[in-house]
Design a protein around this ligand. Structure first.
Ligand code: PRP
Length: 213
């Protein structure tokens, strides 16, 4: 049995066409079922639904043989024990720094005073500001980052931006583009040895679907 870890939402939806191109269909709709293990039309392949930030952990420790995870989540996890064969070019977005409209970010950075930054992506934010030589106080949040500058919790946020609508709706502006994000296929290294043939078939199927897209 091969277990593929996916998270609900954008990654699940954008993975389905790639699976379909490989002749694989998932037999349940994750938005309609409470089941966490979903069968597919292939006897030897099942899908497990996990939180996006848990996908690398499931694959690292062998709870799943492979998974699909955003580069943001992968960097924060560290990638230990994960073979990363493919950039699937799905769920594309970017990680940016944003501040309240009217906040003079350039001056704040130039003055060399400490900038408070709220984010779920502490590792990425720390690395980015360290490279710029900007002193930051990082505040770890788990969601609704946009609220932080509006309530005075922080000067800035580091968050995912896709359309930019969430920033706009909250009177925030993007002031730095940190990196582009897309989803990656990650594979457990022990599984790759023990289940080489079926995993290779799936990796090659993803690869073929990408080339055809
Ligand atoms: C992400 C991100 C922003 C939003 C940006 O949240 O944290 O809030 O999407 O998208 P936009 O630029 O298209 O408006 P997501 O919906 O992934 O949920 P999260 O709060 O769990 O991160």
């Amino acid at each position: 049995m091969i277990t593929l870890a996916l998270s609900k939402g954008r990654i699940f939806e954008e993975t389905m066409p790639l699976l379909r191109a490989a002749g694989i269909s998932v037999l349940d709709d994750p938005e309609k079922t409470r089941k966490l293990i979903l069968a597919t039309n292939q006897n030897e392949l099942r899908v497990v639904l996990v939180r996006a930030s848990d996908v690398p952990t499931y694959v690292q420790y062998g709870g799943a043989d492979l998974g699909i995870t955003g580069l943001d989540t992968l960097i924060e996890h560290g990638g230990d024990g994960l073979y990363q064969p493919l950039d699937l070019q799905i769920a594309k977005c970017r990680i940016s720094v944003a501040v309240r409209e009217g906040f003079d970010y350039v001056a704040a950075v130039r003055q060399g005073s400490r900038l408070s930054v709220a984010t779920k992506y502490v590792g990425i934010a720390r690395e980015f500001f360290a490279t710029k030589g900007v002193h930051v106080d990082l505040i770890k949040l788990y969601g609704s980052m946009e609220l932080a500058p509006l309530t005075g919790l922080s000067d800035a946020i580091v968050d995912l931006v896709s359309t930019g609508n969430t920033l706009k709706a909250n009177q925030l502006v993007e002031v730095e583009h940190i990196m582009d994000i897309s989803s990656r296929l990650v594979v457990n290294q022990a599984s790759l040895k023990l289940k080489q043939a079926p995993l290779r078939r799936i990796i090659d199927a993803f690869s073929g679907a990408l080339e055809a897209a």
